[in-house]
Write a protein that binds this ligand. Structure first.
Ligand code: AR6
Length: 188
C-alpha cells in the first residue's frame, strides 16, 4: 500500500482485487456495449449480479442507444458488491498512441470522478483501465490516470474535501509498481 494526501483527498495504491473494495463506488473498465465482457468487467458483473446488467440495459436504451463512447462514464447500483455503486467507463483501445488514446483515458478518469462527485460519494476505487485487453502500456496509462486525478483535484472546487479517498487497485505487482512510479512522478 502506498498513499499520499493531496488537497484533502487521500490517493492510495494497492495490489488486490477490485471486487473486494469497500469504497462507495468501484470503477468498471467496460466496453461500449455495457453488456459485460472479460477482465474487470466480467468479474464485476459476476460478483455484483443481475441488477447491474438491468441498469446497464436501461442506460443503453434511454441515454446511449449506440453504446457508451470511450472516455464517458455512467453509474449503476453495485448490486451484491460491497461497493454501493459501479461507475462504468470505457477506456481507449491502444493503437500506438497517436489516435487520441491519452485524451480518452484522461477523460475516463475525469468523468468517473465527476460522476462520483455529483452523487456526493466519498470514496472510489479504480482498476488500471485499458491496460488489459485494450493493450495500453501500464507505464504510460498510470501517468495519464494520476495526472487526470491531480487535474480534477486541482480544478474542481467541489473536489476539495468532497472525495476522501481515490484508490487504485492493481491486480499484479508489476502494475502496482508502475503506479507507484507514476505517483511519485506526478505528485512530487
Ligand atoms: N481487480 C483489479 N484489476 C483487475 C481485475 C480485478 N478483479 N481483473 C483484471 N484486472 P481489462 P481493459 C486488471 O482487460 O484493458 C473487458 O472484456 C487487469 O490485469 O479488464 O480496459 C471489457 O468488457 C488489467 O491490468 O480492461 C472490455 O471489452 C486491468 O485490470 C475490455 O475488457 C484492465 O484489464 C476492456 O479492456
Amino acid at each position: 500500500m502506498y498513499s499520499l494526501d493531496y488537497n484533502c483527498t487521500k490517493i492510495s495504491l494497492l495490489q488486490g482485487d477490485i471486487i473486494d473494495q469497500e469504497t462507495e463506488a468501484i470503477v468498471n473498465a467496460a466496453n461500449s456495449s455495457l453488456m459485460g465482457g472479460g477482465g474487470v468487467d466480467g468479474a464485476i458483473h459476476r460478483a455484483g449480479g443481475a441488477s447491474i446488467m438491468l441498469q446497464c440495459l436501461q442506460i443503453r436504451k434511454k441515454e446511449w442507444p449506440n453504446g457508451l463512447p470511450a472516455g464517458e462514464a455512467v453509474i449503476t447500483t453495485g448490486g451484491n458488491l460491497r461497493a454501493r455503486y459501479v461507475i462504468h467507463t470505457v477506456g481507449p483501445i491502444w493503437k500506438g498512441g497517436s489516435s487520441g488514446e491519452e485524451e480518452k483515458l484522461a477523460s475516463c478518469h475525469e468523468n468517473s470522478l465527476r460522476v462520483a462527485l455529483v452523487k456526493k460519494l466519498k470514496s472510489v476505487s479504480f482498476p488500471a483501465i485499458s491496460t488489459g485487453a485494450y493493450g495500453y502500456p501500464v507505464s504510460l496509462a498510470s501517468n495519464v490516470a494520476l495526472k487526470a486525478v491531480k487535474k480534477t483535484l486541482d480544478s474542481e472546487p467541489v473536489a476539495k474535501g468532497g472525495l476522501h479517498e481515490i484508490r487504485f487497485v492493481l491486480f499484479t505487482l508489476g502494475d502496482y509498481e508502475a503506479y507507484v512510479t507514476a505517483m511519485k512522478a506526478v505528485f512530487h
